[in-house]
Design a protein around this ligand. Structure first.
Ligand code: FE
Ligand code: FE
Ligand code: ZN
Length: 279
């Protein structure tokens, strides 16, 4: 069965998110580990987590995705900002030990005119340092649209990071459809070639999740503006090809489209409708 969900607000806790997911026909979901702009995380509520875990088991919710605050910059120029990114990620990952099976997605960072090579080096250094802590959670690098000095603008740049990480057994990639399209990968006309390229450069076994977003702007625009499914430049047909693709259909899919819960419910229903019955 298609594993699909959307981004949910974590303000009311895990059980509330689980219930919301079920209400909208989802069997997974994504959430920010804390305010997306950073800042302190709420105290862990172990009772809420225990209640969530039994609810999730009962309702077959799995492969949920935690999203790091997008202001974290693992390759910031300022050492204090890099330390902040490291401390925050460690704090997030130590909390995620209570949610086995969840993955942790983060934006690789912005090299802020230090050059992509320095960016790659700083990000992989941080991942190596995090690995020393021995957390059990799978960490995912998100494919980015290449806005400004954003890292992860193409598959090669992600692989350069992965190449410099010593233990990659818990390192994967989350592909965001809006970002790769904005980054210049034509998933509308050439999905198969894009996937072949991903496989040749990174390896498709490294792909662990997908963000399903349509895009307001066109191919190669580097803008990163999400649109509702079927209402942007990517279009419903491509999302149908994605959720039915043999290399992708078993991945968890997450909507990050501009929607309220009703809108997400509709999009999930549409995608379930166009997914093959075999999935
Ligand atoms: Fe993201
Ligand atoms: Fe995304
Ligand atoms: Zn985005």
């Amino acid at each position: 069965m298609l594993r699909i969900g959307c981004h949910l607000s974590s303000s009311k806790g895990f059980l509330a998110m689980g219930k919301e997911a079920v209400k909208i026909g989802a069997n997974t979901f994504q959430f920010f580990t804390r305010n997306p702009r950073g800042g302190r995380a709420k105290e862990l509520n172990l009772e809420d987590i225990a209640a969530y875990r039994s609810f999730a088991e009962e309702h077959k919710i799995a492969e949920i995705l935690a999203h790091a605050p997008y202001t974290l910059n693992a390759c910031a120029k300022d050492q204090e900002l890099r330390q902040f990114a490291y401390d925050t990620m460690c704090d997030d990952l130590s909390r995620l030990e209570y949610l086995p099976g969840a993955s942790y997605n983060f934006h690789p960072g912005s090299h802020v005119k230090q050059g992509a090579e320095t960016g790659v080096q700083l990000i992989s250094e941080m991942l190596n340092k995090i690995n020393e802590k021995g957390y059990g959670t799978m960490i995912l690098l998100e494919t980015m649209a290449g806005k400004g000095t954003e890292m992860g603008r193409n598959f090669e740049e992600l692989q350069e990071i992965i190449d410099q990480v010593e233990d990659t057994s818990r390192l994967g990639v989350c592909m965001d459809t809006c970002h790769v399209f904005d980054g210049g990968y034509d998933i509308v006309e050439h999905l198969e070639q894009v996937l072949q390229e991903f496989d040749a450069v990174i390896g498709v076994e490294r792909l662990k999740a997908m963000h399903l977003n349509d895009s307001i702007y066109g191919l190669g625009s580097h803008k990163d503006r999400h649109e509702k499914i079927g209402e942007g430049k990517i279009g419903l047909k491509t999302f149908g090809a994605i959720v039915n693709h043999p290399k992708l259909k078993n991945l968890p899919f997450f909507l990050e489209t501009p929607n309220d819960l009703e809108g997400y419910k509709r999009e999930i229903a549409i995608l379930r409708e166009i997914a093959d019955a075999s999935n």
